[in-house]
Design a protein around this ligand. Structure first.
Ligand SMILES: [Zn+2]
Length: 272
């Protein structure tokens, strides 16, 4: 039995892909995910890798991620079929010693390449690697319905978008106390959107792409999923509230601060 297919991180990754799909967050080939694999996990599976595939330019330089390995979903692959066909749907990619190129060392057995958003993923990993001292390992991108719907009606700035979401449940400010970054509609898969997203990730753990979807970064599968499902739950409540005619009441800024101070969290007061 394959060591890769049996590895704990690999199965957590595949299960997360499957869960996101079951929630309706990943239609067709929508969404993508990447996980920076720990050194000890690489050592345990490395003898199943092949190092014959050519190096391919990433399009950006991520020097602090040189020689790292990433488990990443494939371009054009469907989340829905990933659990049934993991070797065809995902790959492990190794970065070169300068963080400028990658090569596939496992997976995508019928051909293909990592997600077209790989530059965005890697720049986000790079930003979070420095900020968290290497603790963040996972970047996830999905298309949750209510969050996307709100980008058509809410103001397109971090402060207003965050506050509208924070208002919905006290839990929101606790789960993402730094807030939410929002970007306007941009060309997906481009270096421009990769750089703009990474810039937002310097401040936030969750970034919304207007009229498209959501990106989040965190230490593990549980944390990243938890952030996205909390944003989406709050977004669903807000969609219902707007559908009923809009808010009649809302928490004060001080009430949101009080909840975070109760848990010793560094609430981003500039968004209140
Ligand atoms: Zn997308």
């Amino acid at each position: 039995m394959s060591k890769v297919l049996n590895a704990k991180f690999f199965n957590e990754f595949i299960d997360m892909v499957d869960l996101c799909c079951s929630l309706g967050w990943n239609e067709r080939n929508g969404g993508n995910m990447s996980y920076r694999i720990a050194t000890e996990d690489i050592e345990a599976i490395k003898d199943e890798f092949t190092f014959e595939k050519p190096w391919t330019s990433i399009g950006v330089t991520v020097a602090n991620l040189a020689n790292e390995y990433f488990l990443v979903t494939g371009s054009g692959k469907y989340f829905r079929y990933t659990k049934a066909e993991p070797e065809k749907s995902v790959c492990i990619a190794q970065l070169d010693e300068k963080g400028e190129n990658y090569r596939i060392v496992w997976g995508l057995v019928e051909g293909g390449r990592p997600t077209s958003e790989f530059p965005t993923h890697l720049l986000n990993h790079s930003v979070k690697f420095d900020i968290t001292g290497g603790k963040h390992r996972l970047v996830m991108h999905v298309h949750p319905v209510n969050t996307i719907a709100l980008t058509f009606v809410l103001p397109q700035n971090d402060k207003d978008f965050t506050r509208e979401i924070w208002d919905m449940m006290p839990e929101c400010a606790v789960v993402f106390p730094r807030g939410i970054g929002i970007l306007p509609l941009m060309l997906t898969g481009s270096i421009d959107i990769a750089k703009a997203t990474a810039e937002k990730f310097k401040e936030y753990d969750v970034v919304v792409w207007s009229m498209h979807g959501i990106f989040s970064s965190g230490e593990n599968f549980r944390d990243v999923f938890g952030i996205i499902e909390t944003v989406e739950k709050a977004a669903e409540i807000l969609v219902k509230v707007i559908s009923m005619g809009g808010k009649k009441v809302r928490p004060t800024a001080q009430e949101i601060i009080d909840v975070c101070e109760e848990y010793n969290l560094d609430i981003n007061k500039s968004l209140l």
